[in-house]
Design a protein around this ligand. Structure first.
Ligand SMILES: *Cc1c(COP(=O)(O)O)cnc(C)c1O
Length: 426
């Protein structure tokens, strides 16, 4: 049975999460399918940032480290992230970028394995490049070898030479999701530690770090967590490693007593040692507004973090998008790259096309449907990528975005030269 515009409107009318959209400022007429790359602006953020700047900084001055609770902001926000990723309070800090946090946790994991005789770090060739770049230099520095595999080679790759398995939970390009619990168990069975990147998972899909017994995890603040451009990222360590994992960037903020100003480094007991230097308070304050927009879903399913309700809507949105594209764009050369199986799908849908993927995305952006493009390589075709954030997208938005895609393809307008010029950021 085909879905109509009327059906989509009826689905929106019944959607219990509909009101969550009012938490955001979105330009009139824009359908934003890129919350997986840069989340949208929470309505509360401009006023909160102004308050931090004008009152807490302007009037409170240095007193605000204590009076405005600036000092423990990374931990307080970490506790909010913990609710979204199946961690406990005190196990997460918000700080630094994803790349820097990966450096820190991978360093710790490698240090733990340095006397094991194991020399391999295994990751996927299709992992996000910064993860591979960081791993490459760390491996070189620490005497390990980075081994890149295809996803179907994973089982065979977990040999007794593997020190660390480093994976991104939801693939940035395809939207394919790993079974974190099963893979972590397999890594442990083989004697390896499991490091997970949650950049496309936190705030997008349910994550259960403690239940999965993962070792280390990091994630991004500016994607589904709506923390703003370059928002601080987060880091998590399983409590079995707490108190003994290494922090290579041994700055004073990760010291057990920074204001004792002693000449020797003594790391803070838990994850707080992953702080390095003085924290970006304005950026952290904006991130808190973003985290609160996601946690606003908590009352709708009673689960910690509210990810159950968000996940149900996310799957309904992506199912609908896939069905409408297959029905209405048939014959236009688009193929589905993202897994159909719910258990293997993140919160995005990726389509490939032999020709014109970049230009089609540009033509859609000109029509106010904002997705993005990711270049292919010898193993992977060019991709049109559409992220679905259930906090602010509805079923009619899905209908309208497919309608625009149909028009771009049927008119062939994507062939126009202005849609074929590459921008610096794609
Ligand atoms: C977005 C993303 C990053 C971003 O890293 P930054 O340090 O914030 O630039 C890292 N890893 C993955 C898997 C990502 O998707």
């Amino acid at each position: 049975m085909t879905t109509t515009l009327e059906d989509c409107r009826a689905l929106d009318a019944q959607d219990p999460l509909r009101a969550l959209r009012d938490q955001f400022t979105l330009p009139e007429g824009v359908i934003y399918l890129d919350g997986n790359s840069l989340g949208v602006l929470p309505k509360a953020a401009p006023a909160r940032i102004a308050e931090v700047v004008a009152k807490e900084w302007g009037e409170g001055l240095i007193r605000s480290w204590n009076t405005a609770s600036w000092f423990d902001l990374p931990q307080r926000l970490g506790d909010k992230v913990a609710r979204l990723v199946g961690a406990a309070p005190g196990e997460v800090v918000c700080t630094d970028s994803t790349s820097v946090n990966l450096y820190k946790v991978l360093f710790a994991a490698l240090s733990q394995q340095k006397d094991s005789g194991r020399k391999l770090v295994v990751s996927e060739r299709s992992n996000f490049p910064t993860d591979l770049y960081i791993a490459e230099s760390l491996c070189r520095e620490r005497g390990f070898t980075l081994k890149l595999i295809e996803v179907d080679e994973l089982a065979g790759a977990l040999t007794d030479e593997v020190a660390v398995l480093m994976l991104t939970h939801v693939n940035y390009r395809t939207g394919a999701m790993h079974d974190m619990k099963a893979i972590t168990a397999a890594a442990h069975e083989a004697g390896a530690l499991a490091v997970w990147d949650l950049a496309h998972s936190a705030g997008a899909v349910p994550v259960a770090l403690n239940e999965a017994e993962a070792d280390y995890a990091i994630g991004c603040g500016y994607k589904y967590l709506n923390g703003g451009p370059g928002a601080p990222a987060f880091a998590w360590v399983h409590t079995r490693h707490a108190g003994r994992f290494e922090q290579p960037l041994s700055g004073w903020w990760g010291h057990a007593a920074p204001f004792e100003f002693t000449p020797h480094y003594r790391p803070a007991p838990g994850v707080a040692r992953y702080l390095c230097g003085t924290q970006p308070i304005v950026s952290l304050s904006a991130l808190e507004c973003g985290l609160d927009t996601v946690l606003a879903a908590e009352p709708f399913d009673g689960e910690r973090g509210g990810m159950g309700a968000l996940r149900a809507k996310s799957l309904a949105l992506t199912d609908l998008f896939i069905a409408l594209v297959e029905e209405r764009c048939a014959g236009h050369g688009l193929s589905l790259v993202t897994p159909r199986e719910h258990a293997r799908r993140g919160s995005q849908v990726c389509l490939s096309r032999d020709e014109g993927a970049y230009a089609i995305v540009q033509a859609l952006i000109a029509r106010n449907v904002i997705g993005d493009f990711r270049a292919g390589d010898t193993q992977m075709p060019d991709i049109l990528r559409f992220g679905f954030t259930p906090l602010y997208l509805g079923f009619e938005d899905v209908w309208n975005s497919v309608e625009q895609l149909v028009q771009v393809l049927e008119t062939g307008e994507w062939r126009r030269p202005e849609f074929n010029r590459k921008n610096a950021v794609t």
